[in-house]
Write a protein that binds this ligand. Sequence first.
Ligand code: FE2
Length: 293
Amino acid sequence: MNTVDKPYNVQQSRSLERLVTGIPTSDGAGVKLTRVLTHDLQRRLDPFLMLDAFGSDSADDYIAGFPSHPHRGFETVTYMIAGRMRHRDSAGHEGLLENGGVQWMTAGRGIIHSEMPEQEEGSMEGFQLWLNLPAGEKMRPAWYRDIKAGELPHYRSEAGADVTVIAGSSHGTAGAVSRAQTEPLYLDIALPSGVRFDQVLPPGHNAFLYVYRGALDVGTTDARRVAAGRMGILANDPAADGVVVQAFSDTRVLLIAGRPLGEPIVQYGPFVMNTREEIEQALNDYRTGRLAA
Ligand code: FE2
């Protein structure tokens, strides 16, 4: 039997619904960053709550780090492209996140941690994604895993796309982390100029991409370009079975998707719960030392 030349799994690509420019801001003790997924997009991009991109060659922009602070009710996924960040938490865990590594942390009922740069010069670049937890799991025990770059599942497509599978599954390669309810997909894709890449996506999953080098075109008909520093929200076209992108130049892009929870989202800073009462409880627990007890 001849091999059928079928370059793509996706028959019909999602289109680009909207381009988003991140908001420059600072967080922690004064780390400069770009908030790509902002509060007003939490409903549209459910189950994702936030995406921050940080990147600087200037130590002044990152050296203050993120001293001790709490979280409750969701997960943080920190992906370090360049640089070194040390993590310590109230459960006694400690880890060094560096050069292509991922830290996946489930805050659950509560964690108090610090995330501090372990360098005084050079470049630091990375991303922090917040993934919501279903109501029934918001008070589960805290959990975390450090995954070094070499341990992250990775493949190269025939066309030449280099794909790191942080979560979910891509062309038969299972990611480092999976979650039953939200089924998150988190890919970091390096595409040489002109190379195409496709990814199957369930139509109901919310999906977006963030280009951080180069530029690419989204879709096969009426393709629209997304340049570095922009997020592209992918339309939930009912007839589309995934997304097709093509690099306009040498490109690096994050592709992120997940099944929406459809539950109320109430956020107060580092706490994300379903009701105001639960937020009051989190604040009270934090004040009285019971958040991470
Ligand atoms: Fe944190």
